[in-house]
Ligand binder design. Structure first.
Ligand SMILES: C[S@@+](CC[C@H](N)C(=O)[O-])C[C@H]1O[C@@H](n2cnc3c(N)ncnc32)[C@H](O)[C@@H]1O
Length: 242
């Protein structure tokens, strides 16, 4: 009897050890498919925490490009849950591959139009920090309508920011940056805040996003602004969700 109990508990501990090993091994072999999340189906509002093993403050980077910033921020802050959104397939895949190679379980990457995703698929007040670095300036006047930061996009961004949530924006384009500031300054729900470098200091080799590095080397000025969100009561159906 005592022998059978002992062997049973031995089998149990072996099974637990095997489960643990499989889990650990799984973590060691992240693939791009583990990192990529597909855009939701029409009409679906997602709970971003469903993509992760455990909850944490949720951050989004729009236009993550090759994922340099995303990688740095996620590595230095494992408690964060981060989503990089990128439209260009080549960069999207590059970023996802990079996150998988670094075995980052706290990052997901989605290929979609960020504006559409924010408007149609995210619940209100779910984002603790929204990162938007070097949005395409579309410098020709006839192309200005292609710019991402327009009133409807600002409306969507304000809606998804949690109370106290931050929106960090950086650009090398003076004219577009001025327009961005004037649009955001009009929003009652946003107040300018001190810029806290989201990447530097966290990694010794962090020099900035790809565009930041490229344009800093060319001697261009980089413009930066941070806002903090104060949600009006009507946006809250209960507590902030993530
Ligand atoms: C000028 S690059 C900046 C990349 C990166 N943020 C950096 O600072 O190095 C702008 C990026 O935003 C992406 N992008 C532009 N519009 C987008 C949209 N509506 N949704 C998702 N990504 C978008 C582009 O494909 C491009 O990779």
């Amino acid at each position: 009897m005592s022998y059978s109990c002992a062997s049973r508990s031995l089998r149990l501990s072996q099974a637990l050890e095997l489960t643990f090993t499989i889990r650990e091994y799984g973590r060691m072999t992240l693939t791009m498919e583990d990192i990529i999340v597909d855009p939701p189906a029409e009409g679906v509002v997602v709970d971003p925490m469903d993509w992760f093993d455990s909850p944490g403050p949720f951050e989004i980077e729009i236009g993550c490009g090759k994922g340099g910033f995303l990688l740095s921020r996620a590595r230095a802050n494992p408690h964060l849950r981060m989503l990089g959104i990128e439209w260009a397939n080549k960069y999207f895949r590059y970023a996802a591959d990079r996150m998988a190679r670094w075995k980052l379980t706290n990052v997901r990457v989605m290929r979609t139009d960020a504006k559409y995703f924010l408007i149609h698929h995210l619940p209100p007040a779910c984002v603790s920090t929204l990162h938007l670095y070097h949005p395409d300036p579309w410098p020709k006047k006839r192309h200005h309508k292609r710019r991402l930061i327009q009133p409807d996009f600002v409306e969507a961004a304000v809606r998804i920011l949690a109370t106290g949530g931050k929106w960090l924006i950086q650009s090398d384009h003076k004219e577009y940056f001025g327009i961005i500031i004037s649009l955001l300054d009009q929003r009652m729900e946003l107040t300018k805040a001190a810029w806290e470098e989201p990447g530097a200091g966290e990694e010794p080799d962090w020099n900035g996003t790809n565009y930041e590095v490229k344009y800093t080397r060319k001697g261009r000025t980089i413009y930066r602004v941070a806002y903090v969100a104060h949600q009006p009561e009507q946006f809250h159906s209960g507590q902030d969700r993530c």
